[in-house]
Design a protein around this ligand. Structure first.
Ligand code: GDP
Length: 589
């Protein structure tokens, strides 16, 4: 067979570009896509897996390869370089690590406030940020959530940061989320400091973890590498000062600076609606001085800053780089990860926000077709079952996480279709939409106002409210499982080899023989076969051992049996009757 040419493409590629790379007319590619149920135009993008399927079908003697991730990956939010007049700024530190390794406890120990007790399900649910003082200097901590469902938020967390503190429980060692955190930190090009927590525990084994770290490419300082490791106990509050010292040392090497004499800008790190205050966003200032009364644009939203506060609620006259702040005065909710910047006046703010909305419309108009979408379309006639849901959450970050986690449940047979989503309590519109689409409404950390309860009850709409994300996901999983077609399970019982035939009618056979395998039971099903050929499937209705009825006959015994048939069947000596049961079982995802 001739060698295939390898062509490299990105994760997502437009139909036009792919045709060009393959040196075939676009029309041919579009036709092939259509044959596979994908209606894509020249500017629409398809993902690698889809491209691979289609290229395979086209049989061009070409195989596709994914362009190496390092090359294709872009740092989503590259920190802009500071100018000549830049001034030093505090480091921004994110604490990440596997669930239960002690992130919350460590942040608590650092801040000396007990938060962990008040968390739903023991998991930090939203990103937030605060500053601490150590040795007369300031450090900004981002409190990133721990559960794997929050991977989306955590990734943003890594991109906002200068230093990632990776918490590893010394008695448990490196776990999948530890590796994920290391990957994020590397991808974002930030420094890593390892906090080896729970060092007080009897099972703590610092050396084992250090070995695991070097196995994963992080060589620690004492072994000649550049990864700083500090042993701590969040519980006993030991090693905390040393950890903060190390963070400051690493920050000093980085020479973190920011421009002060530019219009303030930064990133939205959380947004929610507050009773009586409207949309409130938490943001991290990256450059300039932000003040109350400033006009800012953040993605498709804008604000005249009404209140500027620390994330703990203290009013501020001015916020400078690396400061986390709470901002009120937004017209609509900005989104997690939106960049914000100060503009001259309200008109400019409004126009820029409007432009962002328009841009968003066109970019969503440009459909991305993924392989799951391809499979979905191909399967449409093959009965792919969908679970319609509407999702409401308290803040944008959680909403994104819930949506991502639900989408991850999709299989070839069942998928979650999000017919609506948003931030805030479950409202009448959600219920209307649920009614017309037959959707389940999931609320995460939100309530169902009593005014809507009646409507929900009247229209028999299922509204399910959760405070713990994996309970919500589990519920959706159960719902999806119920959409799976049931599995048919057959269990072999035993075999009889026919020695004599006593009666044959169109609907009944009575015969006798020896059980050569297993155990026969009645009633059951049975297959009748002769040599390699299967003659029929029948019902085994009764068994006799001698003159007496028997419920079971085991291997080595002789017995008589009666079979119910749907057509006349001429049995012969030597035919085999294999008996079995058949059950349907609900499958689980
Ligand atoms: P997170 O999921 O990473 O935020 O972990 P938590 O901070 O909620 O801690 C998980 C569990 O480990 C809790 O029961 C803590 O009390 C316990 N824990 C945290 N740090 C330490 C420590 O230094 N020593 C001991 N013995 N237990 C700890």
């Amino acid at each position: 067979m001739a060698e295939k040419t390898v062509i490299e493409i990105e994760d997502m590629v437009t139909v036009g570009t792919l045709a060009e790379r393959l040196s075939i007319p676009v029309s041919r590619l579009i036709a092939e896509l259509m044959k596979n149920g994908v209606m894509a135009t020249v500017n629409e993008r398809i993902d690698f897996d889809t491209a691979e399927i289609i290229v395979d079908e086209l049989d061009l003697g070409v195989t596709l390869a994914k362009r190496a991730e390092e090359e294709a990956a872009e740092i989503v939010h590259a920190k802009p370089a500071a100018g000549d007049n830049a001034e030093p700024r505090p480091p921004v530190v994110a604490v990440m690590g596997h669930v239960d390794h002690g992130k919350t406890s460590l942040l608590d120990a650092i801040r000396n406030v007990n938060v962990a007790g008040g968390e739903a399900g023991g998991i930090t649910q939203h990103i937030s940020a605060y500053q601490v003082e150590h040795e007369g200097r300031v450090i900004t901590f981002l409190d990133t959530p721990g559960h794997e469902a929050f991977a989306a938020i955590r990734e943003h967390g890594a991109l906002l940061t200068d230093i990632v503190v990776i918490v590893i429980a010394a008695d448990d060692g490196i776990k999948p989320q530890t590796l994920e955190a290391i990957r994020f930190a590397r991808k974002a090009g930030v420094k890593i400091v390892v906090a080896l927590n729970k060092i007080d525990k009897p099972g703590a084994d610092a050396n084992r973890v250090k070995q695991q770290l070097s196995d994963n490419g992080l060589l620690i300082e004492e072994w000649g590498g550049d990864t700083v490791v500090q042993e701590v106990s969040a519980k006993n509050k030991t090693g905390i000062n040393e950890l903060l010292n190390m963070i400051l040392l690493v920050a000093d090497v980085e020479e973190l600076k920011a421009d002060m004499d530019v219009p303030a800008r930064g990133l939205i790190i959380e947004a929610h609606v507050e009773q009586g205050r409207g949309p409130v966003a938490q943001a991290l200032v990256e450059a300039g001085r932000l003040r109350p009364g400033d006009y800012i644009v953040a993605g498709a939203s804008y604000a005249k800053i009404r209140n500027l506060e620390t994330t703990e609620g203290k009013p501020l006259k001015e916020a400078t780089p690396s400061m986390p702040v709470a901002i009120s005065g937004f017209k609509t909710l900005p989104e997690f990860g939106d960049e914000f910047k100060v503009v001259d006046n309200e008109k400019s703010a409004r126009n820029q926000a409007a432009a962002a909305i328009a841009q968003k419309r066109t970019s969503t108009g440009q459909l991305d077709i993924g392989s799951s979408e391809l499979i979905r379309r191909i399967n449409r006639d093959r009965q792919l079952s969908e679970l319609n849901v509407i999702i409401k959450a308290d803040v944008q970050g959680s909403l994104t996480s819930v949506i991502d986690s639900l989408k991850a449940l999709d299989t070839d047979e069942v998928s979650v279709r999000i017919v609506g989503s948003g931030v805030g309590p479950v409202n009448e519109n959600d219920l209307h939409l649920a009614h017309s689409s037959g959707a389940i409404v999931y609320g995460f950390n939100v309530n169902l106002p009593s005014s809507s309860k009646q409507q929900a009850a009247r229209d028999k709409i299922q509204v399910r409210l959760y405070q713990v994300i994996y309970e919500l996901i589990d519920d959706a999983k159960t719902e999806l499982s119920s959409l799976l077609s049931p599995e048919i399970v057959e269990t072999d019982l035993g075999r009889l080899v026919v020695k004599g035939i006593f009666k044959t009618t169109k609907t009944e056979i009575i015969c006798g023989g020896e059980v050569t395998k297993g155990k026969l039971k009645a009633p059951a099903l049975a297959r009748v076969s002769r040599g390699d050929e299967q003659l029929a499937e029948v019902q085994l209705t009764g068994l006799r051992r001698g003159p007496a009825e028997a419920r079971e006959v085991v291997e080595g015994e002789m017995c008589g049996m009666s079979l119910a048939t749907t057509k006349r069947l001429e049995l012969q000596e030597g035919d085999r009757i294999d008996s079995f049961t058949r059950e349907t079982k609900q499958r689980q995802l």
